[in-house]
Design a protein around this ligand. Structure first.
Ligand SMILES: Nc1ncnc2c1ncn2[C@@H]1O[C@H](COP(=O)(O)OP(=O)(O)OP(=O)(O)O)[C@@H](O)[C@H]1O
Ligand SMILES: [Mg+2]
Ligand SMILES: [Zn+2]
Length: 395
């Protein structure tokens, strides 16, 4: 049976979790020092390891041979938790069990001591979905739970959890996973799976996943099936419907050249081919702002990834880049209230109104040059006049 990568590579120990250093350290130390809170709130974006860590923590609390806070993964309890058959782990999806009756049933269950393990653990997923009554019913249990009982409330919407609940929990904030960590993780998975992958392709996958490791793995799954095990940039772009880097820079060249027809034809082409227009526009915006940083900073590599392509734009003044970046940004905002193709086309038309944006220094230089030329010409006239006068005098 085919197991999706995101499930197959769910970490089973603290050391396998990518990023999330603070929650990992807090939970591991809690196990090591035997200082376990009654209730935890795991808050953060989707797919960054909340459920995963809740399960690893449950294992660590109930493992028969833990080492330095890590679960062994081999004992009966670890294995049962992994399989989902451990009697002292109760996982509740609050999205579908959100009412007062569900919480009453849970409270009833809480009154029994752990059957097999050291701790009874309740993982309440999507906790923000509970009704107000359900939260109220839960309050007292969270305040004074029976011994050796741990609640873990997981949520992607921290602000929707009532403060009365939050203040009774130890709060752990989960972060989006950094892009380079995602790339490393994907590389690792690829080598274990025998998937050949281009570095650039994995970078794109990491970027569009926006810090969500589950999305990154699902995408990798999709692309590797699509391209029969070879993950190339082109395959990633096709599956995602995104416009490749080379084409983005090609478009930028047209834009800087003031080639309005060319730009619009390009936009329509990718639009009708079914590419994601908004994503293209956002990449354009981000390349323009990176290019501005590249031009403005002494050591841009410290702040951005300096791409070979940027050299093509060596001669474009910073002011012009900034001006176009602003227009592109406005176009993006505009696209929220109207048809996006229209919004982008109009932004391009606007860019043609100001043919060239010059820096103040350049303006002054050009005025000086022009004045110089006029003076030179005046001088010439003077010479000519004198010459003519002299010549007339000759006759
Ligand atoms: N920090 C991480 N380290 C390693 N793998 C991770 C991490 N976060 C997510 N994953 C991968 O993504 C999958 C889903 O993660 P998990 O279920 O823990 O996300 P979640 O934060 O609970 O998301 P949701 O809010 O949608 O429930 C895991 O099976 C694992 O493959
Ligand atoms: Mg979850
Ligand atoms: Zn164990």
């Amino acid at each position: 049976m085919y197991v999706p990568l995101a499930r197959k590579y769910r970490p089973s120990r603290f050391s396998e979790v990518v990023g999330q250093e603070v929650p990992v350290r807090v939970l591991k130390n809690a196990v090591k020092e035997g200082r376990v809170a009654n209730a935890y709130l795991f808050a953060g974006p989707r797919g960054v390891g909340k459920t995963t860590l809740a399960r690893v923590f449950t294992k660590a609390l109930n493992c028969l041979n833990p080492e330095e806070g890590e679960p062994c993964g081999e004992c009966e309890n670890c294995k049962e938790i992994e399989r989902g058959s451990f009697p002292d782990l109760v996982e509740i999806d609050a999205a579908s069990n959100r009412g007062i009756d569900d919480i009453r049933a849970l409270k009833e269950n809480v009154s029994y001591a752990p059957l097999k393990g050291e701790y009874k653990v309740y993982i309440i997923d999507e906790a923000h979905m509970l009704t107000r009554e359900a939260f109220n019913a839960l309050l007292k249990t969270l305040e004074e739970p029976p011994p050796r009982t741990v609640f873990i409330l997981c949520t992607t919407e921290h602000e929707r959890i009532p403060p009365t609940i939050v203040s009774r929990c130890q709060r752990l904030l989960f972060r989006r996973v950094q892009e380079d960590l995602i790339v490393d993780h994907l590389k690792n998975v690829c080598s274990k799976e025998g998937i050949e992958a281009e570095e650039r392709a994995l970078k794109t996958v990491a970027r569009v996943s926006e810090g969500c490791l589950r999305d990154a793995l699902s995408l990798l799954d999709q692309v590797s099936v699509f391209s029969e095990g070879k993950v190339t940039s082109q395959a990633v772009e096709e599956v995602l419907g995104i416009v490749g880097e080379e084409k983005i820079f090609e478009f930028m060249e047209k834009l800087f050249r003031g080639d309005v027809e060319g730009c619009i034809a390009f936009l329509r082409d990718i639009y009708f081919k079914g590419y994601n227009l908004m994503r293209f526009w956002e990449s354009l915006e981000s390349e323009l702002s990176n290019l501005a940083l590249y031009k403005a900073l002494k050591d841009p590599a410290k702040v951005i990834e300096v791409k070979e392509h940027y050299k093509r734009f060596q001669d474009i003044p910073l002011e012009r880049i900034l001006y176009l970046e602003t227009l592109v940004n406005r176009g993006k905002v505009d696209a929220r209230t109207r048809d996006s193709l229209k919004a982008f086309e109009l932004a391009i038309v606007k860019s043609s109104l100001v043919g060239e944006v010059l820096s103040l220094g350049e303006v002054v230089k050009r005025i000086q040059n022009a004045t110089q030329q006029v003076n030179d010409r005046e001088g010439e006239k003077e010479v000519k006049k004198n010459l003519t006068a002299d010549t007339t005098k000759l006759f």
